[in-house]
Design a binder for this molecule. Structure first.
Ligand SMILES: Cc1ncc(COP(=O)(O)OP(=O)(O)O)c(N)n1
Ligand SMILES: Cc1nc(C(=O)O)sc1CCOP(=O)(O)O
Length: 616
């Protein structure tokens, strides 16, 4: 192997912290390298072994490790980034092998085994154009990812002069400099998912494909941006061939709107939902694993219908159409949200559904904001900071806690001769994820006493405990929150009394009530009765359809309630709306001989139905 004198000096020296960074530098500048020497690292490793009393085993392992690492470096020049990408797939495993942060491959490899050494953030890299108006492009991507809890790095492919009126100018970044940015981020920063937006030329598409081959990531989300919402062209027509010939084959999902889908398919008109189905199939034939054809621009559609196709099954994803002019950047935002959810580890369909929910909520929240004088304003991606600013510093409510919601009933406990405390204990042991004390007949003093005892059990199991209706009891026992009905204390006032740190749930039977609950600062809604129930007198049944329409309208997570048990819980979860997070039950647990057994059965039905849904 040929090697420059400088490079030889670098790598024949000890293989320590500085040499590792220099090694990366040399890799970057394309120097042809010999496999690095591992003497320092291995000596240190042997010293460790002396203290362990298992010297021979360690000696053997370290020698073996040297051989393996030497070979690997000899055959794979991008080992650092590959190792980074590989280890990233496993939560809790962290490989600090970025430049200047490790003292050699053995210590680096050892540190990959060190769980809990630090906190990794899900990381999306957006490769897109800058929008000076910040409604779309890189700026939208960064805000959307941030709102969903992902770190977002950026490779700028073009700088646009743009506002709410349109695009006044485009300044493409030279391909070599796009490549340099890609290398800087991909080589060092532990990217999970790459999301693409404006790729102004076929040359940039090629550079991206080459970089992704060198530095593989977990997923690639391609938003095939061709024309801005204002109708301005953002990519050369030759970019289409770059997408079709190379990039799509590497993509985990491609997210065209109907105009882009039409352009990708040589101009076939897309006018109906049936056209979207066949476009999804044709685009899938171009190579991506999944396709989402977005129907927002379809003429005369009252709902926002998107078609998701995974190569086997189609899913019609419904959303309510929000009446607003502030739609600039929704495509970028949706694709970035999908990328963020994938980076967090969600499966594809779930990531798409969550992304749709986010965009719908952002559109709804931003429908009246005024930024700029043009026909298409931006979204406020960070709306959740504002809507929950009254909740700043609050105990963060985790919507997944709604999965198996056990609601107690004093009459049933009396019937089975059990204390509230015993009932709560058994339901938690069986897998309940949140408890509500619904003690309609209890005396206040008795209720506070029982609630105080239950709080201790719940805290020690990490299960939140809420009180039905009685804000005074919740305050007295420092419960985690309350659940209120439509005729109880309004959630807005409950929030004022309880402050930002408590969970508030509200019963809702209609989309309007769900909207009000959100505006009042609630954390979740309970929707029912899904089926007829004997537990609550004169309760109106909304059915699965009613539940679905409330879920679609709700910006809050939803738990279904009313007549739900082991036999029908699956049918509830299978309505397949992403913000339906679980079921709340009373008699299916508490009007049974063994609460623990029933809770286990129900939990397993829920787990099965959710995992089957996700696998579909
Ligand atoms: C999770 C959940 N959802 C709905 C209800 C019903 O509450 P409410 O309307 O206040 O009726 P009562 O429980 O007071 O009869 C609930 N308790 N929990
Ligand atoms: C408390 C309650 N609220 C309902 C609503 O529709 O809001 S239905 C209901 C009773 C649910 O009990 P079971 O699980 O035994 O059917």
């Amino acid at each position: 192997m040929q090697m420059s004198q400088a490079a030889r000096e670098l790598f024949e020296a000890r293989f320590d912290k500085s040499s590792l960074s220099s090694f990366n530098e040399a890799l970057k500048s394309g120097v042809d390298l010999e496999p690095p020497k591992l003497s320092h690292g291995s000596r240190r490793f042997h010293r460790l072994a002396l203290f362990s009393g298992r010297r021979r085993l360690f000696f053997f392992l370290s020698t073996l490790a040297q051989i393996v690492v030497k070979r690997a470096f000899a055959t794979e020049p991008n080992l650092f980034s590959l190792l980074q990408n590989y280890t990233r797939s496993f939560p809790g495993i962290r490989a600090r092998i970025s430049r200047g942060s490790a003292s050699g491959p053995i210590t680096a490899a050892m540190s990959t085994m060190c769980s809990g050494c630090g906190r990794r953030m899900p990381h999306v890299l957006t490769v897109a154009g800058s929008d000076s108006g910040a409604g779309a492009g890189i700026q939208a991507d960064i805000k959307a990812c941030g709102a969903l809890g992902a770190y977002c790095s950026s490779v700028v492919t073009a700088v646009t002069a743009q506002n709410t009126v349109g695009v006044q100018g485009v300044h493409p970044i030279p391909e070599e400099f796009v490549e340099e940015q890609l290398r800087s981020v991909l080589e060092d920063m532990g990217v999970d998912v790459v999301k693409t937006g404006m790729l102004p030329s076929v040359g940039v598409v090629k550079v991206l494909c080459q970089s992704l081959k060198k530095f593989p990531v977990r997923a690639l989300v391609v938003d095939p941006v061709m024309v801005s919402t204002s109708g301005d062209v953002l990519a050369e027509s030759s970019t289409l061939s770059g997408y079709r010939d190379e990039l799509f084959a590497m993509a985990d999902i491609v997210t065209p709107n109907v105009k882009e889908a039409s352009a990708l398919l040589g101009g076939v008109p897309l006018r109906t939902v049936a056209d979207m189905y066949s476009a999804a199939k044709s685009i899938h034939n171009l190579g991506p694993k999944n396709v989402l054809v977005k129907g927002g621009d379809l003429p005369e559609s009252s709902d926002a219908i998107d078609i998701f196709f995974d190569g086997k099954k189609y899913h019609e994803l419904l959303g309510l159409r929000v009446k607003t002019h502030n739609t600039h950047g929704t495509g970028c935002t949706l694709a970035s949200c999908i990328a963020a959810e994938l980076a967090k580890g969600l499966p594809m369909l779930r990531a798409v559904q969550n992304a749709k929910t986010f965009v719908q909520n952002a559109l709804d929240y931003s429908k009246d904001i005024i930024i700029g004088n043009g026909p298409q304003g931006p979204l406020d991606h960070l709306f959740s900071l504002e809507t929950h600013s009254c909740n700043a510093g609050a105990r963060s409510f985790n919507a997944s806690d709604l999965f198996l919601y056990a609601v107690t009933d004093s009459t049933m406990n009396r019937k089975w001769n059990r204390s509230i405390v015993a009932a709560v204990k058994a339901s938690i042991e069986g897998g309940a994820t949140i408890i509500q004390l619904r003690e309609k007949e209890a005396e206040t003093c008795e209720f506070v006493e029982a609630a105080t005892a239950c709080i201790q059990i719940c805290r020690s199991s990490g299960v939140p405990l809420l009180i039905n209706d009685r804000i005074d009891v919740a305050l007295a026992c420092d419960a985690d929150g309350v659940h209120v009905g439509q005729s109880d204390m309004p959630a807005r006032i409950a929030r004022k009394i309880l402050g930002p740190g408590k969970i508030i749930g509200v019963s809702c039977k209609t989309p309007a009530q769900a909207e009000q609950a959100w505006a009042d600062g609630a954390d979740y809604i309970g929707c029912g009765g899904v089926f007829p129930t004997a537990t609550k007198q004169n309760n109106t049944t909304v059915g699965l359809d009613g539940l679905k329409s409330v879920c679609l309208a709700s910006k809050l997570p939803v738990v279904a309630i009313g007549g739900i048990g082991v036999v029908n819980a699956r049918s509830v979860m299978e309505i397949g709306v992403p913000n339906l997070k679980g079921v709340a039950v009373v008699s299916a647990l508490f009007d049974r001989e063994c609460i623990l057994t029933e809770a286990r059965k129900l939990r397993s039905v829920l787990t099965d139905s959710v995992s089957e849904f996700l696998l579909r």
